[in-house]
Design a protein around this ligand. Structure first.
Ligand SMILES: [Zn+2]
Length: 398
């Protein structure tokens, strides 16, 4: 992979101009400007067509392997960025690929020049024509269905229209939303699998006119265009309300069944006695909040979802929680989740806490003993808790 291939013509012109001034070359050669993900394979001319629109039909929120792989790819490539989650609980209203584990919210800020540059680099990499003349090559190989960023939407089913205005009430200025085709979400696309080797499906012609032969083990290779559905993501993402929430719906709280699915075991409703340092004092400034506790043997998971009047108020609550944890002598870790988030571990290692804000809502998750202390199990649970909390936001989150 030669990075130079990914430099824009304008940047190349600048590079040539500055190369004449030897002292400036070092500055220009700084690689951050054109950073893009590593390719897992080398690709030839064979490629699948653009994804059609496959809306959410059933609900299976567990993150799908292609979605997770893409999320990890971005977090590895752009190390200062974070995840706002993949999964969303079935009980949350609205249609969203998050509920099928095939959407990823990448936390980057439209107010940050560095983040805007990261997104621009990534988008150029996803949408550029490859050396074989395949338009939108990486988006096709990955199986991107649509993306929303900073008041604009790009849909594979409407690729020739480019980035169109996006008018959903959530402007997507604190994250990029990526939805994936089922093929991409299942990690069956050529980006992950390479082209046509080892009995994998042979892929279509570069012009996208031929469909893909289904792999016997995959039930959905629905790659034809669905132009009549092309506005649906815009519609289902219109949340339509600017009013602060007045209640926290039932579905946003993890129940014993959901926790059992994630952690195994038999969980039941637990008692709400105080949990020491990570007590939910930081939610006192919220409009409304609710807490649920589930327990199994010596383990418990306690979740508080609080809805605030503004995103800034929710972010301040996270700062308050961080101050409190530090004051109690807890270790505060890089959470790798949420644009405003803190994660802490008790001095004796028996408790973990995550406090994250998204769309004016905070989620506080406290895990005690046993399984919640396992880092991987805990991360999965936190992802689910964050996704479900969107239902408490006046805007929802996409
Ligand atoms: Zn989203």
């Amino acid at each position: 992979m030669r990075p130079a291939r990914f430099l824009s013509p304008r940047l190349l012109t600048g590079l040539l101009a500055l190369a004449l001034t030897a002292s400036a070359v070092v500055l220009v050669a700084e690689p951050v400007a054109a950073k893009h993900p590593r390719l897992p394979h080398h690709y030839g001319a064979t490629i699948e067509p653009l994804a059609g629109y496959e809306p959410q039909r059933r609900c299976s929120p567990q993150a799908k392997p292609g979605t997770t792989a893409f999320a990890n790819l971005l977090l590895r490539t752009y190390r200062s960025t974070r995840s706002l989650g993949i999964s969303r609980a079935c009980s949350v209203g609205g249609t969203s690929e998050h509920k099928e584990g095939r959407a990823f919210d990448w936390a980057v800020s439209a107010n940050s020049a560095a983040d805007r540059r990261r997104v621009q680099n990534l988008m150029r990499w996803l949408l550029q024509t490859d050396r074989h003349g395949n338009a939108f090559a990486m988006a096709r190989r990955i199986g991107i269905q649509y993306m929303i960023w900073n008041r604009r939407i790009w849909g594979a089913y409407s690729a020739d229209s480019g980035w169109r205005p996006y008018t959903g009430s959530n402007p997507h200025t604190d994250h990029v939303h990526f939805s994936f085709s089922w093929r991409g979400a299942r990690k069956n696309s050529s980006f992950w699998q390479g082209e046509g080797r080892n009995g994998r499906p042979s892929l279509s012609a570069a012009d996208g006119t031929r469909s893909v032969r289904a792999h016997p083990s995959s039930d959905t290779y629905d790659l034809h265009d669905s132009p009549d559905l092309h506005d649906s993501p815009d519609l289902h993402d219109s949340h339509g309300s600017d009013i602060a929430p007045t209640r926290v719906p039932d579905g946003v709280l993890l129940d014993s069944r959901t926790v059992a699915q994630r952690l195994g075991g038999t969980w039941t409703a637990g008692d709400r006695r105080a949990v020491g340092c990570p007590t939910a004092a930081h939610v006192d400034a919220s409009v409304v909040h609710r807490t649920s506790v589930v327990a199994e043997g010596g383990s418990s998971v306690r979740q508080t979802v609080a809805a605030f009047a503004s995103a800034a108020a929710a972010d301040r609550a996270v700062d308050d929680a961080r101050d409190r944890l530090v004051g109690c002598g807890w270790s505060v870790l890089d959470p790798r989740v949420g644009s405003a988030a803190v994660q802490g571990v008790a001095p004796d290692g028996t408790q973990r806490v995550l406090v994250a804000a998204t769309e004016g809502v905070t989620v506080t998750l406290v895990g005690s003993g046993g399984r919640p202390a396992d880092r991987r199990e805990w991360a999965g649970l936190a992802d689910l808790a964050l996704g479900s909390a969107c239902g408490a936001s006046a805007h929802g989150c996409h």
